[in-house]
Design a protein around this ligand. Structure first.
Ligand code: ZN
Length: 108
């Protein structure tokens, strides 16, 4: 078990029906999946550290990382990423720290 680290949680997917797979050339089999990243201490989420997107072919399972997206996929990624909200659970560690600090401030 890691004390400090980084995790990703699945946020959602959209079909990329107008794109063909670069590997198997099947049209309509691509989808873009979004993941939200967070830093954690002892598996307790502290704060959000961004989002990540991948494009995957449902036919051959080929995965395209966002660093290798062509221009049109990058535009789709930016459009969808701006609409995605980070799960509030990713900030629960900060909430716990604030409560602990308030308890110390009030009772000591
Ligand atoms: Zn494919």
């Amino acid at each position: 078990m890691l004390l400090l680290g980084r995790h990703h949680t699945y946020v959602g997917s959209i079909p990329l029906s107008e794109h063909s797979c670069n590997n198997c050339c099947n049209p309509g089999q691509m989808q873009m999946s979004f993941y939200a990243s967070y830093a954690h201490i002892v598996q307790i989420p502290l704060f959000s550290i961004g989002q990540k997107a991948i494009a995957q072919c449902k036919n051959c399972q080929e995965i395209l990382e966002e660093n290798y997206f062509p221009q049109d996929l990058t535009e789709i990624q930016h459009e969808i990423s701006s609409k995605i909200t980070v799960p509030p659970l990713h900030f629960i560690g900060i909430g716990i720290m604030v409560v602990i600090l308030l308890c110390f401030a009030l009772f000591y």
